[in-house]
Ligand binder design. Structure first.
Ligand SMILES: NC(=O)c1ccc[n+]([C@@H]2O[C@H](COP(=O)([O-])OP(=O)(O)OC[C@H]3O[C@@H](n4cnc5c(N)ncnc54)[C@H](OP(=O)(O)O)[C@@H]3O)[C@@H](O)[C@H]2O)c1
Length: 284
């Protein structure tokens, strides 16, 4: 029987992929850096294996009896060829399929790691599905959470740019379809976005209305954003990633929408209002 390795299990998308695989009764292993910590946090019902993309010694065991991989690229793993040792091992083990979490419009962004990772997967002739995802709705309950809770504001340097927010639960559904849905998904790229593009001002309005609590979008410029975050002790590398991500939004490149989710799942992607309602406990 096909056995799937889920990387990033403790994170946003990997967690949802694991939940969605469970619903389908598909056998999978959870690749984590710290097995003991994961057992405490996520329980003993999962099958864990130690896996660290920065440590090739962990690859052999993690890939034992594995046919397919949900692969996410952790923002912490840096360097243009950081994943190459892993791809070499995947090739050596004859893995049948990698479903790789990439980013929307990656084909036009040669300077970002996802572009290089996609190229390396193709060059190694590893059967793939690329999930080129737009901006996650869940950023609002992850790295935007502190400012939302402490100061009731969305604090990102995104200007008035619009974003076609996607729910990571929708990405996970497509990942599972690609993993267990047959060979028609092999060597395909899917661009996953939500069904509407809105700016952060509108997000703040919707949050205020749904949560019954005043939320504003303060629209800092990149320099003020960076200075404030540095002074709060946020990692400079992470601040740079977040600034760049929202620069793309600011110049209007995050607003594009596609129909890939609808075509694959035969339904509409999750609306941002639904997401805010479902996750309301984070902000109230
Ligand atoms: N945020 C967005 O809007 C957006 C949009 C499109 C695409 N993406 C892409 O999505 C990815 C992030 O996904 P996410 O939000 O699900 O991640 P996340 O919640 O930030 O979680 C990161 C995961 O990576 C794991 N990890 C960290 N270092 C590792 C290592 N050396 N080896 C193996 N695993 C390691 C972490 O596990 P530990 O528990 O061990 O720390 C954790 O499970 C990035 O590649 C990003 O570019 C993001």
């Amino acid at each position: 029987m096909t056995n799937i390795l889920v990387t990033g299990f403790t994170g946003n998308v990997g967690q949802e992929v694991a939940k969605a695989l469970r619903i389908k009764n598909a056998p999978f292993k959870c690749a984590v850096r710290n097995v003991e910590k994961s057992k405490v946090k996520f329980g003993l019902d999962y099958d864990y294996v130690r896996f660290d993309l920065s440590n090739p010694d962990t690859f052999e065991q993690a890939l034992e009896n594995i046919d397919k991989i949900f692969l996410m690229y952790p923002p912490e793993v840096r360097g243009p060829e950081a994943l190459h040792p892993f791809f070499a091992k995947v090739k050596e083990k004859g893995i049948k399929h990698i479903v790789y979490l990439s980013v929307k419009d990656v084909q036009f962004l040669p300077f970002i790691p996802h572009h290089k990772n996609e190229k390396a997967i193709k060059a190694a002739k590893i059967p793939y599905t690329f999930l080129r995802a737009g901006y996650f709705m869940q950023n609002l309950n992850m790295f935007l959470l502190n400012e939302l809770k402490e100061n009731g504001r969305i604090f990102v340097p995104a200007g008035k740019g619009k974003t076609s927010f996607i729910d990571v639960r929708d990405i996970a559904e497509v990942a599972v379809l690609a993993l267990i849905g047959g060979t028609q998904h092999v060597n395909k790229s899917y661009c996953l976005t939500g069904k509407e593009a809105i700016d952060f001002d509108e997000v703040a309005k919707r949050m205020s209305s749904i949560l019954g609590k005043k939320i504003t979008y303060t629209n800092p410029n990149a320099r003020d954003f960076q200075q404030y975050m540095l002074q709060k002790g946020v990692d400079p590398g992470f601040i740079k990633v977040v600034t760049n991500l929202h620069f793309i939004t600011k110049i209007g490149l995050a607003k594009g929408m596609t129909n890939d989710y609808v075509e694959l799942m035969k339904k509409n992607p999750t609306a941002i209002d639904t997401y805010i309602q479902d996750y309301r406990e984070y902000w109230v």
